[in-house]
Design a protein around this ligand. Structure first.
Ligand SMILES: [Zn+2]
Length: 282
């Protein structure tokens, strides 16, 4: 009897094998379990994050908040590797290290095009400290009240040529054509005076980072117009330097939960108005 049951068992196993096999394969195909390694995670964004980051819009309607000052502001003269290939007007000039690295890369690229006479005239200015800039001749936007001024951010700088006036120099021309490739924008262009509310200033550049500077260049947008565009669009995507990116805008009332990549690269910045912008590099 027992032998018959054993043979029957073996027969059933053999018959069942083809039916069992796909099930086994299916289980293997589901590995690894996608839910065990989520691509996105949720983070809480608080209201003070509206006032921090590289995309802050600082103008007469949106004054700078104390949270805005970047923690990586450094004295450029004590970081020799960051000031190769250009001059500083004096040793007191400070700037965000991240922006200074991008500026250094930009100046190096310009030198390959034989444009080599850049000088940083001014950079970061601490909040509440009387500005030396106000005494400088020809710096039209210093007529604005101190709290509206972009130089408090650490990502704004005035660039001149050591040879001639910047708007007549090869340096000025090169920057107007190429600064966007390195994350910089000419903050107060001639054709945007009515939007920025600030007279044309060929010296004043602002670091906003890629892909933002590239989008602004391509669509000919001022920072005011760009932030408005993001706020209305909520989501923008494209390609930069061979990689895809996505930009999301989230309004923030008091606090909000948002999704960000678990392991991928992303940058979060406030707009200094009422929301945050997440830039995801895919
Ligand atoms: Zn300036």
């Amino acid at each position: 009897m027992e032998k018959r049951f054993l043979l029957l068992g073996i027969l059933l196993l053999l018959l069942g094998y083809p039916f069992l096999r796909p099930i086994v394969e299916d289980v293997w195909q589901k590995q690894p379990d996608a839910t065990a390694f989520p691509k996105y995670k949720e983070i809480r964004v608080e209201q003070d994050q509206i006032y921090q980051g590289d995309l802050l819009l600082v103008n007469k309607n949106d004054p700078i908040h104390s949270e805005a000052v970047l923690s990586d502001v450094i004295h450029l003269s004590s970081h020799k590797y960051l000031v190769e290939g250009y001059r500083l007007q004096d040793n007191s000039i400070q700037l965000s290290e991240n922006a200074a690295e991008a500026f250094n890369e930009m100046v190096h690229a310009a030198s390959i095009d034989n444009v080599k006479h850049f000088m940083i005239k001014s950079g970061y200015r601490s909040l509440g400290k009387p500005g030396k800039l106000a005494e400088e001749k020809g710096h039209a936007h210093d007529a604005l009240p101190d709290c509206f001024h972009e130089h408090h951010l650490g990502t704004a700088l005035d660039v001149t040529s050591t040879q001639m006036k910047i708007d007549q120099s090869p340096e000025g021309k090169w920057l107007q054509e190429n600064a966007w490739k390195y994350g910089f924008i000419l903050r107060y262009p001639k054709e945007k005076v009515t939007i920025t509310g600030v007279p044309y200033n060929p010296m004043h550049y602002r670091f906003v980072g890629l892909p933002h500077s590239a989008i602004m260049q391509e669509r000919q947008l001022s920072l005011e117009e760009y932030v408005n565009t993001l706020r209305e669009a909520k989501e923008v995507s494209g390609t930069i330097n061979g990689g895809d990116y996505k930009i999301y805008y989230y309004p923030v009332a008091t606090s909000i939960m948002i999704q960000v990549p678990t392991n991928g690269k992303y940058v979060l910045s406030g707009d200094n108005q009422g929301g945050v912008i997440v830039t995801e590099f895919l």
